[in-house]
Design a protein around this ligand. Structure first.
Ligand code: PLP
Length: 362
């Protein structure tokens, strides 16, 4: 069998969730959109159920997958609904929804519900993607508040650059959020922090935080923060050496000859490639871990294979294990070597079998 595989450590996931929740000091919505950033939404939600205050997903399809798997905790549609006829399902499955556009307010006014719907009303504080502009916000809030079938309401917004620790954008967005909150009833429940804000910008922690990436043990903060040091990698992507070649100096390796040996080199071929989600353009020198020791990628990554330098790993050979990212090698470090982000690499996992460890005792 092909040795490439991804191992998902659910104990590490629970550890990261608890860390996020404790930092936030209130409730924490575990963001499990995009199949839990490639980790398996059902497995991750089951591992957190009973502990997570709620889950965040991108769309109703993702919410229904969790409900069908028996997840009973609150589930928030982070982009709201895309069509008004999703409201019947939202009601039936007791989902929570974001409201970010006036047409969604219109749709809710036209759709009476038998049980109260929790609405998170999104303000655009500067990201300029989803969210109501500040001058339309309180009007939309009041229209929703007037509907008997709208239950609890949460004021929310989202940061665009909270991972840049000395950028003024985050305090500016926070100020815009606070201005809007000042126009709402005292005690309005609020939520703005994603993982980066939660870890690096303590003043953004409100009633609810919405950690995503950090649950999976990664971050993109551009300066050290001890809040990030406590995270544990959840996914390990690894495979094995399936072939070894001894090359003289001056020999090219792989497609396009992007790497030429500069010394007598022992090359290990590893069964993992870009069709598994490993970045095709990771550069020679990208770190790998060979039998537990630091090593390097050399040559262009192929669809199904990649090559590593075994010259300084004389004890390694066919069958040696190669960690491509995981507890010993942060996925963000690998991502940075190919102009990628950990978000992209984790959500891009493909083809390799995924196996969970650390499930809670039943
Ligand atoms: C994806 C998402 C999050 C989580 O973001 P991370 O950077 O992964 O922590 C939080 N809030 C909203 C609205 C999102 O779409």
């Amino acid at each position: 069998m092909r040795p490439a595989r991804a191992t998902i450590d659910l104990e590490a996931l629970r550890h990261n969730y608890r860390h996020a929740r404790a930092l936030g000091g209130g409730k924490a919505l575990a963001v499990v959109k995009a199949d839990a950033y490639g980790h398996g939404a059902v497995d991750c939600a089951r591992a957190l159920e009973g502990e997570a205050d709620g889950f965040g997903v991108a769309c109703i399809e993702e919410a229904l997958e969790l409900r069908e798997a028996g997840i009973r905790a609150p589930i928030l549609l982070l982009e709201g609904f895309f069509e008004a006829d999703e409201l019947a399902l939202i009601e039936q499955h007791a989902l929570w929804t974001v409201v970010a556009s006036p047409w969604q307010v219109d749709a809710l006014e036209r759709h009476p519900m038998a049980r109260p719907l929790q609405a998170w009303v999104k303000l655009d504080t500067g990201m300029h993607r989803l969210g109501l502009p500040p001058d339309e916000y309180s009007r939309a809030w009041q229209r929703l508040r007037a509907l008997p079938w709208i239950g609890d309401m949460v004021a929310m917004s989202h940061f665009s650059r909270a991972d840049e620790l000395s950028h003024a954008g985050t305090p500016q967005q926070l100020a815009s959020f606070e201005t809007a909150l000042a126009g709402l009833p005292a005690g309005t429940v609020a939520s703005i922090a994603n993982s980066a804000a939660l870890m690096a910008w303590p003043r953004t922690r409100r009633d609810w935080v919405r950690p995503g990436l950090m649950l999976y043990g990664s971050h993109m903060l551009d300066a050290p923060r001890e809040e990030a040091d406590a995270l544990r990698a959840v996914m390990t992507l690894e495979s094995k050496v399936i072939s070894v070649r001894d090359l003289a100096a001056g020999e090219p390796i792989g497609y396009a000859g992007t790497f030429t040996t500069t010394r007598a080199t022992r090359v290990g071929v590893v069964a993992a490639g870009y069709a598994d989600g490993y970045p095709q353009y990771a550069t020679s020198g990208t770190p790998v871990v060979i039998d537990g020791r630091p090593g390097e990628l050399i040559g262009r990554v192929s669809m199904d294979m990649l090559t590593v330098d075994l010259t300084d790993h004389p004890e390694a050979g066919i069958g040696s294990s190669v960690e491509l990212w995981g507890p010993r090698l942060p996925v963000a470090e690998v991502a940075a070597r190919s102009g990628n982000s950990p978000y992209r690499l984790l959500t891009g996992l493909k083809r390799v079998p995924r196996r969970c460890i650390g499930a809670a005792p039943a």
